[in-house]
Design a protein around this ligand. Sequence first.
Ligand code: PMP
Ligand code: GLN
Length: 386
Amino acid sequence: MTNPQTPLLQSKLPAVGTTIFTVMSTLAVEKNAVNLGQGFPDFQCDPKLVDVVTDAMKQGLNQYPPMTGVPVLREAVAAKIAALYGREYNAASEITITAGATQAIITAILAVVHAGDEVIVLEPCYDSYVPNIELAGGFAVRVPLAPGTFRPDFDRISAAITPKTRAILINSPHNPSGTVWTRNEMLRLQEILAPTQVLLISDEVYEHMVFDGQQHQSAAMFPDLAARAFIVSSFGKTYHVTGWKVGYVAAPTSMTNEFRKVHQFNVFTVNTPVQYGIAAYMADPTPYQQLPAFYQRKRDLFRSGLARTRFKLLPGEGTYFQCVNISDVSGLSETEFCKWLTSEIGVAAIPLSAFYGNGFDQRVVRFCFAKKDETLNAALERLAKL
Ligand code: PMP
Ligand code: GLN
């Protein structure tokens, strides 16, 4: 509908269009392509998880829960963090249940970033971070991860810290590169931040997808990082239910207090029966304990198929993403290549350039292997033609 009475808007996010995930998923449907673009499983979650959520609904647990999340779920999260990472968070004052990691991250940013503050992001980075910082009136300072390896470059991180730096956002295991920070890298970050007032937002949504015996290095394991950190995770990734949009934030009490002031006005509460269901389901640690092996097998299946193509494989230490270099396959830009691959070969992927502010094109695209074996095999069969 166009009507001259509609006032002209000045966009708050003039550079933002539809996200690449939506664009590629739409194209994949239109072209009937195998969708290895947007990151989500094409298989079902454990039926027991559906049962416990259904039970909660049938028991009538369908009204607003407490603003901070239902106590049993906050307690289950605190117990899990203590067991895995050795840090005690108070379930009442330091854990908040969120509508997925996306809401946790924007809420943390809105809670602490003032107009004119700088927030360091390490590029390539997840597409919501920079718009979130800008909505808070802050300025995103983009520090590249080392070209080629995607490892943190601590000289550049140190050099980016100024008196205006309010926070740094990190993400390990890393989307899109699949790298996993080592203990030494976390220690180095801790050392750099020690003399500063810089807060840490640690996006750990892929915490249970770490392969080859490596361990996830949660910020919770490092006392002086934990003391300044919002640690964010998501049940969507861990339990194969990305559409349920439930996650959490763990942070020291003073930080949690500020977080909740925003949380109560941007979401207030999160889906009640799903919270009760997940709390019951978490009593058994087996599902997340088995996740590394589950995804490592898929990673190996997918990588061994890709090794027979002309793509050059990048390392895959964690997450459910695999990056490949396309230089020997095509001269197209990453984005044009992904569109061509979807339309002509029938496999959707995501260009790495989508994770950079300046559209930096390094001839690398990302595939998601959180798919049934038959889906991965169908994609590999098509990719073998290249
Ligand atoms: N951070 C990263 C790095 C992600 O890949 C995702 C998943 N899209 C999110 C945050 C958002 O997670 P959620 O779906 O729980 O909002
Ligand atoms: N995290 C997923 C990805 O990186 C999905 C993102 C989204 O759809 N916004 O593909």
